[in-house]
Ligand binder design. Structure first.
Ligand SMILES: *Cc1c(COP(=O)(O)O)cnc(C)c1O
Length: 448
């Protein structure tokens, strides 16, 4: 029972080691990923995972919660301070359950809601039809303009016409400042609740590197991973503006989370959220977030200098979207697979007005949070941008077959071919060399 995992479960241990190797020797550029601190890992791998604590602090269903209460209250106090909000619930299991709780708190089934269309950069839980939020509610999506910016004129027109109960501002693939103030003006005009989903940018908001939604939105949701740099989890916050609109809003949110949608909170996650929030309050975190944006801009510049087309021509946050349409449609999958072969991880993504489909989109999305955590700066971004462009040039002539049934075999053959590509192998070697200079967990064995 008390034995080390390396002895009790060599199979899982071997996988842990391989995953650490992979993370160590690759450039993690999926913008929603990051590397947490040793302290966050320690809180997550702690005895708090043994506890059941349905309910809220001082109002639990089970005994033995005196220390869970303290750690949850600590996380709540820190969240309120960091995000400048009146109320925080730190129990949501992740970002999607946090958003579901918002619906549960302020909507009835079939109520009208508005969010950015998923292929335009919105999130599934903002009313996309594949998500239950698009099936249980009357979802009216808004869009980005051809130039990649939110189409606020369309938002206003649709809001006036459909009078939504709830509007979402907050995105998954959007490289410019989120328009909290302008969305609030529209939401206030039609009497809608405005929920800001800052999952991607919460670290930037906490450190003041991105404008805060706190004065504008009624509700703010976030994941606690991504730029937050904590464990996988979620937080729902109610602003003073939210309480002014509806004094019962904080209660409604708490009731929606428990008992509305969840049972016992993940106390080990709560402890790790508290730790991550303390890290966010340190001056180093602001420097970190400023560097994320500097790196993102340097990366966009390097990509454009190498002939790549960057959506909106740059970035205000941690993310860069590259359109591959100048090479043809649906090229995202080839770029993603070839970059993976070079140990550069990112994801295929739709771009504004994508001529292909969300499953085979025409762009790639990349971000700088993880590389910045490792200590990389503008100089490295310039190199990485060139490597990415070089890999993309190797795949530009591959075409998706028109017949959907042929796509599987074609991609299989493509992957075999790309494995032998000399240029890509060369870039992989350079990537590994760079990664060795920026160790993930210097001087600390995370498997112990
Ligand atoms: C990541 C994300 C979520 C969902 O988070 P999960 O933890 O994956 O459920 C919700 N909204 C936005 C905008 C996101 O980027």
């Amino acid at each position: 029972m008390m034995d080390d995992i390396s002895k009790t479960d060599p199979e899982v241990y071997a996988l842990l080691k391989k995953e650490l190797e992979r993370q160590q020797h690759g450039l993690e550029m999926i913008p929603s990923e990051n590397n947490v601190s040793k302290a966050v890992l320690q809180a997550m791998g702690s005895v708090f995972t043994n506890k059941y604590s349905e309910g809220y602090a001082k109002k639990r269903y089970y005994g033995g919660n005196q220390f869970v209460d303290e750690v949850e209250l600590l996380a709540i106090e820190r969240a309120k301070k960091v995000f400048n909000v009146a109320h925080a619930n730190v129990q949501p299991y992740s970002g999607s359950p946090a958003n579901f709780a918002v619906y549960m708190a302020v909507c009835q089934p079939n109520d009208t809601i508005m969010g950015l269309h998923l292929p335009d950069g919105g999130h599934l839980t903002h009313g996309f039809k594949a998500s239950c939020t698009g099936q249980l509610f009357n979802s009216i999506p808004y869009h980005v303009r051809k130039d990649g910016y939110i189409d606020l004129e369309e938002v206003e027109r649709l809001a006036m016409e459909h009078k939504p109960k709830l509007m979402w501002v907050g995105y998954t693939a959007y490289v410019r400042e989120f328009p909290f103030e302008k969305m609030a003006r529209i939401a206030d005009k039609v009497g809608a609740y405005l929920a800001a989903d800052i999952a991607h940018i919460s670290g930037l908001v906490a450190s003041g590197v991105h404008k805060s939604p706190s004065p504008y939105a009624h509700i703010v949701t976030t994941t606690t991973h991504k730029t937050f740099r904590g464990p996988r989890g979620g937080i729902i916050m109610v602003t003073q503006k939210g309480l002014d609109k509806d004094p019962e809003l904080a209660n409604k949110i708490d009731k929606a989370v428990f008992p509305g949608l969840q049972g016992g909170p993940h106390d080990h996650t709560t402890a790790a959220i508290a730790v991550a929030l303390k890290e966010m309050m340190q001056p180093e975190f602001k420097t970190y977030c400023e560097q994320i944006v500097e790196n993102s801009r340097a990366l966009a510049k390097s990509l454009m200098g190498s002939g790549m087309e960057v959506v909106t021509g740059g970035s205000d946050n941690h993310m860069v979207l590259v359109s591959l349409t100048k090479f043809g449609k649906g090229k995202g999958i080839f770029a993603q697979e070839a970059l993976d072969e070079a140990n550069i991880t990112m994801n295929k993504n739709t771009i504004p007005g994508d001529p292909s489909s969300p499953f085979y989109p025409s762009g790639v999305r990349m971000g700088t949070p993880s590389l910045t955590t490792r200590g990389m700066k503008e100089k490295e971004m310039e190199l990485v941008g060139k490597w990415i462009a070089d890999v993309i040039k190797e795949i530009k002539d591959f075409e998706l077959p028109e017949d959907k049934k042929e796509i599987g075999n074609y991609l299989k053959a493509f992957k075999e071919e790309i494995k032998e590509n000399k240029k890509i192998l060369e870039i992989r070697n350079s990537v590994i060399k760079l990664c060795r200079k920026f160790p993930l967990y210097p001087g600390f064995d995370v498997l112990r």
